[in-house]
Design a protein around this ligand. Structure first.
Ligand code: TAP
Length: 476
């Protein structure tokens, strides 16, 4: 897919944004039961993009009832029929991906090059992939005639608004479940656009319901007695609260939580390639990625050479307007997230690590954070232990492969890791010992709908993507 985007402001006109949106409930856009609304702003300009309905507990109840009613017919459809709807949705996403990419960049702040070349193609691919499974569930290795669970309550974050929606909705629908999904408060627009795509695809009403709102809407949804499945992606803190809410119920749960990935560079690694992988690992989506390579572990003998090359590369990164196709680093998603990143970076300095950023001019309005590197980091520092979720890289060194593995595993998280080496044996030896759900070698942040994704330890449980992703939505 190639689109030639004009730089802002022309590309803003690619998509129509209504001044206000309702909840998508039982196939219709409706106001919240108590009439409450909230504003969604563009993080790069602080301009109000639209006013969106804030779903109440009563709206959650109505949506769950609609999804329950729709479940009867939807789950009884032959898989091949469900597949037709999913293929249709996937094709419409492709057709409308230019609008969606601009909308995503406006509401989230991510560079258009990323929403256009990464998010949107992956979103469509996810729907195509699970459409292909819908009529083959008997052959998925879960026994004959596996049954859907029922109504899924799904809560997603703001870092990949549409992609997280795809990861949740595509496998749920393919397996015959119906859905009530709550997007994050700061990024509701692409989910509402998706609701319109469901209508365009003729999806039966009630099969997908989108409830915009804040954490209270999410809490009402996961605590609703008549949902059968909870799927959550977000912070470990909220994930733990959700696990407590559903404990002792018969709800099935998958949690995709935080991460603090080690990106390990051995002395025999192709260093130029590693620099690109490090930059991609930590600056993709402004580092607001659960699997971001936020801890660089570099072998001592090549540390100086690698850091020199990395700084040279960082000087070329362009920070600014997300709608400019030359931008590498866009805006931070919200003032709250910017405050969190700022506080953790200040803690890094206060604890004695050395801070470096290339000189770059940041726009006057909006939420911005320059790409940042910390050296002299120890394992005790907060910036080595806590998820920053921003464009901040903490560099640690090691001498032996065993030390690299020990440091990499010294975290409560276990979502992803990277290994850079030319030796296949070293790659396999290291991968075998890392406690991480996803391990990339000589690359980073590669995603494929056929590949399962999920964590060890406090990064959550359950897998999304691939054949494994079906299991989360089936009685097997
Ligand atoms: P969370 O608070 O976990 O938000 C994720 C989703 O859960 C949002 O839709 C949120 O709603 C909703 N939510 C909040 N409280 C809830 C509750 N009690 N019950 C049910 N749902 C609830 O994450 P955040 O505030 O956006 O970000 C905080 C930190 O989480 C970040 O700094 C980052 O470290 C981490 N994070 C991780 C990930 C991934 S992919 N692992 C993604 C995002 C953030 P609202 O946001 O609309 O209020």
């Amino acid at each position: 897919m190639t689109f030639d985007y004009a730089p802002a402001p022309e590309s803003r006109a690619v998509v129509d944004i209504a001044p206000s949106y309702g909840l998508f409930l039982d196939g219709e856009f409706v106001p919240a039961s108590d009439g409450k609304v909230f504003k969604t702003v563009s993080p790069s300009t602080e301009e109000v993009l639209s006013e969106v309905a804030q779903a109440s507990a009563e709206d959650v109840d109505r949506a769950v009832k609609a999804a329950r009613k729709a479940f009867e017919k939807w789950s009884a459809l032959p898989g091949a029929e469900r597949a037709k709807y999913l293929f249709r949705i996937a094709r419409i996403i492709q057709e409308r991906s230019r609008e969606l990419a601009v909308l995503e960049s406006l509401d989230n702040g991510k560079p258009i090059r990323e929403s256009r070349d990464a998010d949107l193609p992956l979103v469509a691919a996810h729907f195509f992939y699970y459409a292909g499974w819908a009529d083959k569930l008997d052959h998925a290795g879960y026994g004959a005639n596996p049954r859907p669970l029922g109504v899924a309550g799904q809560v997603i974050p703001w870092n990949f608004p549409l992609l997280m929606l795809a990861w949740k909705i595509a496998p749920a629908l393919a397996t015959g479940n119906t859905v009530v999904l709550k997007p994050a408060e700061t990024t509701p627009l692409s989910a509402l656009f998706f609701a319109d795509i469901c209508r365009q695809a003729g999806l039966p009403k009630g099969v997908v319901n989108i409830l915009t709102g804040d954490g209270s809407t999410g809490a009402a949804l996961v605590g609703h007695p008549d949902i059968d499945k909870v799927a959550f992606t977000g912070s470990t803190e909220v994930g733990k609260a959700i696990a407590r809410t559903v404990a002792g119920t018969d709800k099935k749960v998958t949690l995709e939580l935080g991460g603090k990935a080690a990106n390990i560079v051995f002395d025999d690694a192709p260093l130029d390639q590693a620099v690109e992988g490090i930059v991609n690992g930590i600056f993709f989506n402004q580092g607001q990625v659960c699997c971001a390579g936020s801890r660089l572990l570099v072998q001592e003998s090549v540390a100086e050479e690698l850091l020199d090359a990395l700084k040279r590369r960082m000087r070329t990164l362009r920070v600014g307007d997300p709608l400019d196709k030359n931008t590498d680093i866009g805006a931070i998603n919200s003032a709250e997230q910017l405050a969190r990143i700022t506080a953790l970076a200040e803690a890094g300095e206060a604890e004695g690590a050395e801070r470096w950023s290339p000189s770059c001019e940041l726009p006057d309005s909006g939420y911005w954070f320059a790409p940042t590197l910390f050296t002299g980091v120890t394992q005790a520092h907060r910036i080595a232990r806590e998820e920053i979720f921003g464009p901040v890289l903490s560099v640690l060194t090691f001498r032996t492969p065993a030390e690299a593995v020990e440091k990499a595993n010294n975290t409560p998280y276990g979502l992803s890791a990277g290994i850079w080496t030319e030796k296949g044996s070293r790659m396999l030896w290291t991968a075998d010992r890392l406690r991480a759900g996803v391990i990339w070698s000589n690359t980073f942040n590669k995603f494929d709908p056929a590949s399962p994704f999920g964590g060890y330890k406090e990064s959550g449980y359950g897998r999304e993507g691939g054949r494994h992703g079906l299991e989360a939505y089936l009685n097997v």
